[in-house]
Design a protein around this ligand. Structure first.
Ligand code: SAJ
Length: 472
């Protein structure tokens, strides 16, 4: 009998071991591709579906789009060569041949910060057309609470009026990997699983134990599984907001927040978070708004989450004010000054600009007439934020009035300030938004220095209400 939902779990485990279970992954992006590779590498013949022809072609040619993900390209080449993984633009070909369908699609926000699940629900309507009887659908995309039950499952059922839990199973298994170390995370971090019924949960748990050899924590249902993912990320967003709020306060008091955090970290139950130019990326800001929106849907309000978002979203403007303050100190007007930004991605060593705080910083500087130059090792000579980035760090620094460290890429951690200063227009300013430079060393070299919370700036302390995600 086709399908897996009707199988006894022990029988299913044997079929998995024997490579007699097939899978498809819908969306082969930064999470979907490592997931598809992991499934294939465990012996499950897997088809990856994507709407982007370049993605499909690169996978079938064993070329990985994510050069910043260690081990991924080698593993991809291995499973493609073994004919265990192939990619297709045809969702029917992918789904109709699969016992397991894993959904790894983006769940962005729209321009008004409202979570947008249209990609997910429209794709699930398509998946529902071709679902094999008794197959299992696993949702790895991160969604608000109740979205799987109230939007995704109906989308899967709609076209053929399928009966969830009977004709097909559904489980949530939100991804928990850190970009730039996804392959190792997938094989190390326990997975969270919760299904629409106990069989879906049990089967999904069995799959992830088999594929990634990790512990699996089973939850009573989909919304609880998603609540785990949102809670762990919003926890991080709130804690970052806390240190972002402390930073200008400590600055005014001449206290270096890094000294404070290092000492705090000696306490067994203190988890250090660090101030920065804002909280970007496709996870934290989005997950907080997903949680906020889930609360408003039942007329609730999560005040702390909301205030944390406001603080974190105000940091790019705080950073622009720091830059203005530093230029002021070197008696240079922001208009026509040259500000060089080193690093623009949302976090170090990852080629990803989603919700990057530096996008707001660059745009706001240009709005006041500053000439901005950008250098980022992941975006050399590229059109980014409506301007061409520099080809070399020297070209970027030459003639600059102010140097901004926007992202702590490994290339910048040991930046040679003594060698940089002669290339800049004197007196030169340095704004380190990542707190990777010693304030004392920079000052002794002759820079006018600003950091975030380093106790070296008594000019700027206003947390404006500003949404990073809606820059204009
Ligand atoms: N950030 C700070 N201060 C901090 C930490 C981060 O300002 O102390 C900023 C970063 O610069 C970035 C943003 O927050 O702009 C997000 O940083 P992140 O390290 O949380 O990066 P993400 O968004 O890639 O987080 C992912 C998350 N993983 C998933 O959602 C599956 C998150 O839960 C993980 O904690 C993180 O990876 C990780 O470090 O593993």
């Amino acid at each position: 009998m086709k399908g897996i939902l009707n199988k006894d779990i022990n029988q299913f485990k044997v079929l998995l071991q024997e490579g007699k279970i097939s899978a498809s992954v819908i969306g082969t992006g930064r999470i979907g591709l490592p997931t598809a590779v992991g499934f294939a590498n465990s012996g499950i013949p897997t088809i990856g579906f994507d709407i982007n022809p370049d993605v499909v072609t690169s996978i079938n040619n064993s070329r990985c789009m994510f050069k910043d993900e260690p081990f991924l390209e080698e593993l991809l080449a291995k499973v493609v060569k073994q004919a265990l993984l192939r990619a297709t633009l045809d969702i029917k070909e992918a789904v109709s041949n699969s016992d397991i369908v894993v959904i790894c699609l983006p769940t962005p926000l729209d321009a008004t910060l409202v979570p947008n699940y249209r990609i997910l629900t429209s794709s699930c309507k398509e998946v529902g057309k071709y679902l094999q009887d008794q197959s299992l659908v696993i949702i790895e995309s991160t969604v608000g609470l109740g979205i799987v039950e109230n939007q995704v499952v109906p989308s899967l059922s709609s076209y053929r009026n399928l009966k969830p839990g009977i004709d097909f199973g559904v489980a949530s298994c939100p991804e928990r990997a850190n970009p730039s170390e996804i392959v190792t995370n997938l094989h190390r971090i326990p997975r969270i699983v919760g299904g629409i019924n106990s069989k879906s949960t049990e089967m999904a748990a069995c799959i992830y134990e088999h594929v990634f050899k990790v512990d699996v924590i089973t939850l009573p249902n989909c919304k609880t599984a998603n609540a785990v993912k949102l809670t762990e990320n919003v926890f991080r967003d709130i804690n970052i907001a806390f240190v972002n709020e402390l930073a200008p306060f400590f600055d005014k008091l001449g206290i270096d927040i890094i000294d404070v955090l290092k000492a705090c970290a000696t306490k067994y139950n203190f988890i250090p978070h660090y101030p920065g130019p804002g909280v970007g990326g496709p996870c934290l800001p989005v997950n907080s708004y997903q949680l906020l929106y889930s609360a408003t849907e039942i007329n609730g309000a999560l005040r702390l989450t909301r205030i944390a978002r406001e603080i974190n979203d105000s940091m790019p403007i705080f950073t622009v004010n720091l830059i203005k303050d530093a230029l002021n100190d070197v008696c240079k007007p922001v208009r026509n000054s040259i500000v060089t930004v080193l690093g623009i991605t949302y976090k170090p060593n990852v080629k990803d600009l989603q919700y990057s705080p530096m996008e707001v910083v660059v745009k706001k500087l240009r709005e006041v007439g500053t000439q901005v130059k950008i250098y980022d090792p992941f975006y050399i000579d590229s059109l980014v934020f409506s301007q061409m980035t520099e080809t070399t760090i020297n070209n970027a620094i030459r003639g600059a009035d102010c140097l901004v460290i926007g992202t702590a890429h490994r290339e910048f951690v040991k930046i040679d300030l003594a060698n940089i200063l002669p290339f800049m227009r004197k007196p030169a300013a340095l704004v380190d938004t990542c707190n990777i430079v010693s304030p004392r060393f920079a000052t002794e070299l002759g820079f006018i220095y600003r950091g975030i919370g380093r106790g070296f700036n008594n000019g700027v302390w206003q947390i404006n209400n500003f949404n990073l995600l809606t820059p204009d």
